[in-house]
Design a protein. Sequence first.
Length: 549
Amino acid sequence: MKRLLCYAHFDANGEVRPFVLHALQTMSGLCTDAVFISNSPITNEERGNLSSHCSKILVNNNTGYDFYMWKLGMEAVDLSAYDEVILMNSSVYGPLFDMEDVFSRMDRLECDFWGITECFQMQPHIQSYFLVFHKNVISSVAFLNFWGGILPYLNKLQVIQSYEVGLTQWLVESGFKAGVLCPLEQLGQYCRETGKRLRKKDNSSVKHASELLHIGIPFLKRDAVRNRKVDMEAVTPFLQRYNYPEHLINEHSLQRTLKCPLCSSPGKLAYKGVRDFLNLHDNERYDYCRCSSSACGVLWHNSDNGIIAPPVVVAPTSNAQNDLDNAILPAALKKLPPGAILEIGCDRGERLLKLRELGWDVTGHAEDAAKATLLNSLNIRVMPQSVSDASAEFGLFDCILVTHGLEQTVNPLAFLAGCHRMLNQGGKLFLRTPNADSLLLRIFKTYWFGFNAPRNRVIHSNRSLKMALVTTGFDKVKLSSSALIASEYSHRSIEILFNKWTSPASGQTVNKILPLALMGIALLGNVLTRMCGEECIVSAIKKQESPVI
């Protein structure tokens, strides 16, 4: 029997890891040809290692996910020459053992295409990390039409909805019979016997990875290891039984994606599946991790695709924040003699205009062309370069006001070091940013207004801010936490929760009774703890010494 293997590969660090080569070697005994398609760059050395297992090696320009890569792989060969096509990707470790018995077992099953596990999220479908199609499917018009319509989507959820779920649905509706190595009923029976809980909507390949190994499934999902959904001590006996090299499964110790961007301490997944409530066309979900260090505790956006959305400040829109006389931070500015001031995250420029009326020489930071145009129309000087730019001049300002800008920087220490550099000796820094210890965050979780996903990259606590400011050369750091705008946060969080969000300045909100009640809870919590308000309020002075960073 002539089999074709199409292996879709992606690695955030641009590596072909040893477990990939092991998978290709294990499958080579079953397959006549193998096409390796990667969305990551391949070095000459890696290409040489791959060539011993693969007849074709294709490098894509990192557009689309595995389905688009599989499409490219199948277009590179004559499909009519093969009796079976196997689609596999680098989201799994394995096969943990030889697959000959698995293929023999599935050959005895009456089906036209098959996979390892099935999933009932969205719609019933076979999970796509390993799929096999027989000759009658490969040569069908339905199969060719499906792959002919594959587009290089950049949104992972859209790929799952349209292609992973859609492929099973399309082939079944076209008259083909699906098969699966481990039906949900079989997994459910094992879970009942061992006292485990299985829900129909679970992603069993991740949540029940350990149970699947007990049943005899030859793959281990990398997400289960990376997100600690499986106990590695329970996995090790299976690896030893199957003689699978244990060193190939190393992500549980490397913690590449779970390292705090501020203090480099390990972290853990805290909030999974936060949505972008500003971009209604963005169906992606974003995960936030929390630093495990008690001296830090920041939340950070754990992005796997490396895409960073352009900065958009979404600050509360109450009059109290925009009114110089009532806002929290500018009250301290009134006690200072007017000088040169820079505002980062200056919104529509209202604060700068009022500060100019008080005699300040004002400058606004423009993170994009639209903001620069707005500030120019108000005759406000614009600083277009990055705050973290090491080429920025020293001692430009007597005061820097950061209103909702720090949380959108990928490197907070470099940002604060830039602020330190641009201040005169003894200059003041005033900063406000969403609070990672917010009480309303604990109530609303992924629907909390302060996430502003995916733009808010690092959400700080008072502890982390003090550590970062001292590290970058600031002194006399004063910290507080504000719950005065809890009503605004609770309004917006409720809108997001009940899918009633319209826009930050729409003025359309849900019934005010619940938000006001939540504001009372937040105020009480802040009075008791002084740490759990919606925003961190910080002031600091530039020391005489140069910054550490």
